[in-house]
Structures are given as C-alpha cells and as structure tokens.
Design a protein around this ligand. Structure first.
Ligand SMILES: Cc1cc2nc3c(=O)[nH]c(=O)nc-3n(C[C@H](O)[C@H](O)[C@H](O)COP(=O)(O)OP(=O)(O)OC[C@H]3O[C@@H](n4cnc5c(N)ncnc54)[C@H](O)[C@@H]3O)c2cc1C
Length: 706
C-alpha cells in the first residue's frame, strides 16, 4: 500500500511537472525530462526507500538540533560549540566538511541555505538542470543593468528573487534556498582542468608569499588525477588513460530514484550525449584549423574535443553532495549538517588587537535566529557572491562602504567584493534542416512526430541511461587563442595593435567556442524558437572588464548589488566579435554547413548572415547577446593585501587568522575554462593538521596520491 508520504511526494512532483510544462514551456528538454521524471517516480514508488529516509534523517533540517536559539537577548544565548563551522554546503563546502570530519577529534558544523538535491530528478537527469533556474532552489540573482551590454540586467542563476526584499520577520521569512552541492547540483557538468599555466600564474600573484608554490599546476595535477574515475569510451578512443585518474575517491549509497544501481561514481568521461551536431562541429572546427585534441585535460590545453563531463556511467549528474556527503560520512558523530539555514553574519571577538571569528548567526526556515560557536575556525564557502556579502555584513571589507551601511569595521579590506570576474558568452542561433531529435527539443513538442521523439528519448534514458536526456548542452568545446593568425582572416585583426594578450601563457587559450544541439535564448527562458535549431557559442576566457559585489543594505536577506561591468573595455568587445566571425565561418564549413536550413537566412533572429555584418553591427550584436557562462570568481582574491588581496596562500583572511575562505571567491584571477574543478583550496604549513589537509583540495581528493 502507498504511504501518505509517497502519495504526497508524487502529487508534488506531478504538480511541479505540470507547472513546468504549463508555465515554463521553453525550458530545454523540459517535456522529455518531465515525462522521464514521472516514470522514475513511479518506479520509485515500487521500490524500497529505507536508505533515502536514513539519508534525509542524517541532514538536520531542524536547526535546534545543531545550535541554540537566540530568544530575546544575549543572556539566553548558550550555543553549541564546534571546532570548525563551514558556511555554505556548496561545491566547495561539502568537500571541506567531509574532509575535515575525517578526523574524529574535530567537531564540524556545515550550514547550508538550500536542501539536498539527491531526490531532485531535475538535478540528477543531466539535460534537466535548466529546469531548476528561476525556481526555489536557486537564488535567482540579476545583475544591475549593464550599460555596455544593451543596458540590460542579466540573469545569474544562483541569486535571490528579482527585486524582492526578504524581511527578517520571524513569522514570514520567505527565504529562497539553494542546494546542498551548490552549483555542482545544477551546473553543466563540464570537467575541465583549464590551462596548466593558469595555476602557475596564481603562484606569481602571491609575490613569493609563504605557501604560494603549492598552487602551481604541478602541485594540483596529482590531486586532479586522484579525484577522477575516468571511464574510457569506445566512441572517443584516443584518450590516453594513463594520463587520467581511475580510482575516484568516494562510492556512496544508491540514490532514491535509481533503485537498481548501487553506487554513485564521481566519474569523469564521455557519458553525455553526442548529437550529430556535436560531431559535425568538431569536424568543422578541424577543417577551419582548430586541431582535434582527444583530451583537453592534459598539458595541451588548445584544440577541439567532445566535452568531458562529470556525468557518471549511469547517466546521472555527480555532485559534491552525492560524492562527498554519503550516508557513511553523515553518520559521523563529529559532523553535523544543517540545511535550510541561512547564515546572517560571523561574530568576532575584537577585544584583542587581532580579531577572532567566534560564532556564526543564522536563521532557520521559519525565521528563528540561532547562533553556533566555533572554537577554532570559521570557513566561508558561500560562493563568489555570498562570501563577500557575508564578509561585509560581518564588518570585513572596504571601510568606507561598510560605513555607508552603518556596519562597524572589524577589518578594513578594500579587496572584499572587488575584482569580480566572469566569463561573458554570446549565443548564436542557426536553423537546422536535419530534424535531429535534439534540435527540436528546445520548445514544447508540437505534432505527433515530435511528441513521439520525446517519448523515444525518455524510453532510451530509462532503458540505457544514454541518449538526448544525457546532454549537458555544451556537448563539444574548442579552446583557441585570439592571436592565432592561422584561424582568423586578416581583416579580423584590424584593432589588434590595441589589444593586449591576457592569456596566462603562449600556449593557453583566451577564447572558448562550444556547440549545443539546440538553440536557446536567455538560458532557456527567453522567446523559444519553433522548428529545429542548433546553437554555437563564444566565451571570453580572459576578460579585462572587472566588476564588484556591494551591499544594497545592512540587511543580510537583501540581495547584494552585482555589477560584472561586462564589456567595459575595447579588448573584450573586439575579441568576442572576432570569435563570432570565426563561429559563423565554422557554421558554413562542412559538415556543419550541410545542416543549415536556408530558411534561417530570412529570419533576423538567426545568425546565418552574420558574416555580412559590418564591424558596428557585429559589435551591437555582441553587446545585445552577452550573457554569463555562470563563472563569477575573484571577489575575495588570494593575493597580498597591498594588491587588493583578501586571503593569503593558506586561505586565511588577512588580519583574521582563524577565518578562511574556500570557494570560487579566492581565485586570484579567472582561469581559462570551467570553474568547478578548481574550487581547490590549499593550505600547507599552518600547523593545523586536519584542517590543513582538508582544505588542500575541495573537489579533488585532498589526500596525497599514493
Ligand atoms: C548554471 C551553471 C552552469 C555551470 N556549468 C559549469 C560546468 O559545466 N563546469 C564547471 O566547471 N563549472 C560550471 N559552473 C560553475 C561552477 O559550478 C561554479 O563556479 C562552482 O561550482 C562554484 O562553487 P562554490 O563552492 O564557489 O560555490 P557554490 O557551489 O555556489 O556554493 C555556495 C553555497 O553556499 C550556500 N550559501 C550561500 N550563502 C549562504 C548563507 N548565507 N547561508 C548558508 N548557505 C549559503 C549556497 O546555497 C551554496 O550551496 C556552472 C555554474 C552554473 C550556475
């Protein structure tokens, strides 16, 4: 007999699916993923779920189980004590907490605003991640209007509701949560080391500070490899497996919706979909002079390849929650993980010359305030937006800005929230005449054949764990140099004299191109295209525009002001325009050219005629189309304080030795590629055994390779 809870969970999911189809029909692969999700749920009903319940029980949704409530005044405050409190259970935070708590003598509390993504089909099915955008599991941030990018406010998946203002109201706290696993639970799953020279450049930024050498690529590489559980692929046989890792750090229990599977593997490989567009894009790139590179995660960072992903051999997303917060890890008596708890600020003892982080205040789902005490350290892993926001709310940041909001200064650090970097991307759209299944999936199915196609995709996923539902959208990637004269036409170099080379080395890329087997606008939520389409995209990997994160008020529940300052330099616009022309030439190179449906030439929304645009029109297109590739970083940079740095090479905040930052904020400058893998953090000789080791690498296995 069905239990009430099961009936309710199905009813909820059905409601979600119906709402998704009705109100957000434009989402990528939404309908197919939705039907697939429904089937998965029905299977789930017929299977045991004891392990799921045990997992959920191990996560403390109830803040009273991990901290003491602050009732009406400090005199009633009697917090639990922890050795280390990790703020933010995202990509980095899950790993930090799991590694720290390996030492039973260290009592760890992990506080995450969101909830577990383990039970969420839209997180697990690779193609469905965009269905989480604009929902309650991400913060739904928008930038402020960008004057150099069409004056538009740009959507940044991970923020609070647009223009809304959350009140610190105990009875009505409309907190919008994210997910355990953070962005790793809704990202595009691209597994990318970036250019080796990117890390060596990080070392140079430290200007000889102690511990700096530990950030070099030669130090990173063994950990990258140790983390991996690479699966060779018959379709892509040229990867040298001796250069890849095969052990993988963690095997965890079966997730709820896939009862026949026993393990989740932290995998890297080619289990994502490879549409005909993808293979044709690779071939067309090769023909315009971008060499095939069977494995971009080696010393050779240039070339074109099928994207390596963190989709496992069973066609599921691997997140840092699924890989690191296993049932076994959660059973540790020295680890507490509280979810749906929003940290408001860090409290400092300022009675001596050097401030000390002593506790963390947070709200539970109902808006009740709690405080937990950290005897040794607080680690901020709240991501590149919330980490600087929390630092500033707590009195660590530019003194003048804190004064504007009446926040007492604990440490005057002008670098907090400064130097925001992101990867701007432009999307180009093409009509497809092949009628490939994937090319028709960016919109609600119309007509019998397309509906049949969706069901076929769903069935294929159910039976084989392969097919269109395993697309990560960016199915093939190319990394190139904008200064490569063999790739660009002579007149595409006209403004060249003014443009500096921002790459980290002569063999490192500054532009990424990628293909998606269907076109989409505004992250899948813009005006949908009917018919069949595909997309080509160009990303600026080493922009010179930098922006800021600033407080909008001293209220911790107000969203911060995000200003990436996109395209504020000539360099950034010119390089994206150059890359757009190259993309258009790739589109008109066989075998991709053979897929172009000429009807697209007459439609202004499509880019079939991009090569006919003059410089001014192309620049206008670039400014109108630019969007985020979701990689904000560098807002609490690892660099000397005199250079605007916020943390030292051991990730300790300058002037506050027991406060660390471990997330994308600490990048000294942005890497030439995808940012999840390098959310690596390293400390060396601070004499703090387990914390030091645990912080060494977050995504990569921190333990020394054997
Ligand atoms: C849509 C999308 C696609 C992407 N695709 C890729 C890709 O394919 N490959 C790749 O390498 N990278 C990708 N990225 C980027 C990459 O995933 C991120 O750079 C990386 O995961 C960031 O990790 P983090 O630990 O710094 O922050 P996050 O993973 O964002 O973690 C921060 C966590 O802190 C929590 N938090 C924040 N504030 C508070 C608070 N006050 N109290 C409690 N908890 C709080 C958040 O809920 C969140 O869980 C993508 C990102 C997005 C959004």
């Amino acid at each position: 007999m069905l239990s009430l809870a099961r009936v309710r969970s199905v009813a909820e999911l059905l409601a979600m699916l119906l709402a998704s189809v009705r109100t957000r029909p434009l989402k990528l692969l939404g309908p197919a993923a939705a039907v697939s999700a429904l089937v998965l749920v029905l299977r789930h009903l017929c299977a045991r779920r004891a392990h799921t319940q045990a997992y959920t029980r191990a996560l403390a949704g109830d803040a009273a189980r991990v901290a003491r409530r602050i009732k009406s005044g400090d005199e009633e405050y009697d917090p639990e004590e922890y050795d280390v409190i990790v703020v933010g259970g995202g990509t980095a935070g899950c790993v930090v907490a799991a590694r720290l708590s390996e030492d039973p003598s260290i009592r760890v509390l992990l506080i995450e605003a969101g909830e577990s993504s383990r039970h969420m089909v839209f997180s697990q099915i690779p193609s469905a991640f965009a269905s989480l955008f604009h929902g309650k599991h991400e913060y739904n941030f928008y930038t402020i209007p960008q004057p150099n990018a069409g004056g538009k406010a740009k959507y940044w998946p991970r923020g609070t509701l647009r223009y809304s203002r959350y009140r610190l109201d105990a009875n009505n706290c409309s907190m919008v949560a994210k997910l355990l696993g953070g962005c790793s639970s809704l990202n595009a799953m691209i597994f990318h080391h970036c250019a080796p020279s990117d890390y060596d450049e990080w070392v140079r930024y430290q200007k000889g500070a102690e511990g700096a050498e530990g950030w070099s690529y030669s130090e990173f590489l063994p950990y990258f490899i140790k983390f991996e559980n690479f699966h060779p692929s018959e379709k892509f046989p040229l990867v040298d497996p001796t250069l890849r890792g095969s052990g993988g750090p963690v095997a965890s229990e079966s997730p709820p919706l896939y009862m026949h599977m026993e393990l989740i593997e932290p995998a890297a490989g080619y289990f994502g979909n490879a549409a005909v567009h993808t293979m044709n894009f690779i071939e067309a790139c090769d023909r315009v002079g971008i060499p095939r590179n069977p494995d971009l995660n080696t010393k050779n960072a240039l070339g074109v390849s099928k994207t390596m992903t963190t989709i496992d051999s069973n066609g599921r997303r691997v997140t840092t929650e699924t890989a690191y917060l296993t049932r076994k890890v959660l059973a540790r008596p020295n680890l507490k993980v509280v979810t749906k708890a929003r940290v408001l600020r860090i409290v400092f003892d300022v009675s001596s010359e050097t401030p000390r982080a002593v506790s963390v205040q947070f709200l539970d789902e109902q808006g009740k305030r709690f405080e937990a005490k950290a005897r040794k350290e607080v680690v901020l892993s709240a991501g590149a937006i919330h980490t600087p926001q929390l630092l500033m709310l707590s009195g660590v940041g530019p003194a003048a800005h804190l004064a504007e909001h009446g926040i007492p200064v604990v440490a005057d650090l002008p670098g907090v929230g400064a130097h925001l970097m992101d990867h701007p991307t432009i999307d180009l759209y093409f009509r497809d005449k092949t009628r490939a299944l994937e090319a028709g999936m960016s919109h609600t199915p119309k007509g019998f054949m397309k509906t049949l196609g969706f069901f076929r995709a769903m069935l294929q996923y159910q039976l084989t764990r392969r097919g269109p539902l395993t697309t990560n959208l960016a199915e093939a990637v190319a990394f190139i140099r904008s200064s490569d004269r063999s790739l660009f036409l002579k007149d595409e170099f006209i403004p060249d004299a003014e443009l500096e080379d921002t790459s980290s080395a002569p063999d490192a890329p500054d532009i990424e191109l990628f293909s998606s087997p269907m076109a989409y606008t505004e992250h899948g939520y813009g005006q949908p295209f009917d018919g069949y389409t595909f997309g080509l995209h160009a990303t600026l990997l080493r922009p010179t525009s930098t922006g800021t994160i600033r407080l909008s008020s001293a209220d911790p529940l107000d969203p911060p002001i995000i200003d990436p300052n996109y395209l504020s330099t000539r360099h950034d616009v010119a390089l994206l325009a150059r890359a757009a022309r190259l993309l258009a030439r790739i589109a008109y190179t066989e075998p991709l050219a053979g897929m172009l449906d000429p009807t697209g030439e007459a439609e202004p929304a499509f880019n079939h005629k991009l090569l006919a645009l003059d410089d001014a029109a192309l620049e206008e297109l670039v400014r109108a189309r630019v969007e985020t590739l979701y990689h904000p970083a560098c807002t609490a940079r690892m660099a000397p304080a005199a250079d605007g740095g916020v943390v030292d090479p051991f990730l300790r905040v300058h002037g506050i030795p027991n406060l660390r930052v471990a997330d994308a904020s600490v990048f000294p400058t942005i890497v030439a590629g995808h940012t999840a893998l390098e959310i690596g953090t390293q400390t060396r000789s601070d004499g703090w055994g387990s914390v030091r080791e645990s912080l060494k690498y977050t995504i990569c296995d921190h333990r020394p390779p054997s």
